[in-house]
Design a binder for this molecule. Structure first.
Ligand code: HPA
Length: 234
């Protein structure tokens, strides 16, 4: 047990999928894992452990934003020894070729600031994904026939972001999408020598204003879960 996770040691698998939304953790565990058992409900941040193709997997909600994710990932790594951590979540497209429902594999995650920024002092550390996971996810996504983009993303501290000037520069420099968690996940994975990746579904688009209709979110989310699970064990 930790401050924020009620699981007993041994109840958390080495492989952890991290959706922001705890109800998505519940849905994904019940849909893709056999024998899923709830291992956390502290603060309603649900976590489940079950079996995928003979391998133990935990799906734990991370909450929204890097400060929340940082709490769960610190405890998952330091107290439960999680080794492979894959964020599954939604993102906003930032390039014209990136369409609603496309999959984004985040090779790097830029940020104005993260909960780890203070330890880097003047260094602009470049948070990046684990290459093995990234290439396995790209292969899995290709097998599924999902339109997939691999590249840099932006991890923002604000969903209602007033920095349109910054968005323009990021689009100009090729960043594919915006979300709110991956940069800190990659920082922590680097610090503790763990494998991390963010597999994202484009749910809305900053330039076109398009958004995925609520009834289509589940199916699109499912592709992302399958890609993450296949990448973890390939
Ligand atoms: N901004 C930040 N995070 C997001 C977005 C967005 O537009 N869409 C999904 N997650």
């Amino acid at each position: 047990m930790t401050i924020h996770i009620g699981a007993k040691s041994g109840d958390i698998a080495e492989t952890v999928l991290l959706p922001g939304d705890p109800y998505r953790a519940k849905w994904a565990a019940k849909t893709y894992l056999s024998n899923p058992k709830m291992v956390n409900n502290v603060r309603g941040m649900l976590g489940f452990t079950g079996i995928y193709r003979g391998e133990q997997v935990t799906i734990q909600g991370s909450g929204m934003g890097m400060p929340s994710l940082s709490i769960y990932v610190n405890e998952l790594i330091r107290d439960y020894d999680a080794k492979t951590l894959i964020r599954i979540g939604s993102c906003g497209g930032m390039q014209p070729q990136v369409k609603i429902r496309d999959i984004i594999l985040a090779m790097t995650a830029s940020a104005l600031s993260t909960p780890s920024s203070s330890i880097f002092k003047e260094l602009n550390f470049a948070p990046c994904a684990d290459y093995g996971l990234l290439s396995a996810a790209a292969t899995a996504a290709a097998h599924k026939g999902s339109t997939t983009h691999v590249g840099g993303i932006y991890s923002s501290d604000a969903f209602y972001d007033e920095r349109s000037d910054l968005n323009e520069q990021m689009t100009r420099h090729g960043l594919l999408a915006v979300e709110m968690e991956a940069a800190e996940l990659y920082n922590l994975a680097a610090r503790y020598s763990r494998r991390a990746l963010a597999v994202l579904t484009v749910s809305d688009h900053l330039q076109t204003g398009e958004a995925l209709p609520a009834e289509q979110r589940e199916k699109s989310f499912g592709n992302m879960v399958e890609i993450a699970l296949e990448a973890a064990f390939s």
